[in-house]
Design a protein. Structure first.
Length: 55
């Protein structure tokens, strides 16, 4: 692989991690009790996604 392609891949992964972290921080804010369970599941999904991308 050439170096430019590797840099582009790394930058893409970094953007995806930033997006995932933004979703996580948004979902940790207080919410209506009826939405709490679904928000917790979605937050868990984004945490797993960001961890997978980092590897």
């Amino acid at each position: 692989m050439n170096d430019d392609l590797k840099k582009q891949l790394i930058e893409g992964y970094e953007r995806e991690i930033e997006k995932a972290e933004a979703h996580i921080s948004e979902l940790t804010e207080p919410c209506v009790k009826s939405l709490a369970h679904s928000r917790a599941e979605e937050r868990g999904y984004w945490k797993k996604t960001s961890e997978g991308i980092r590897k």
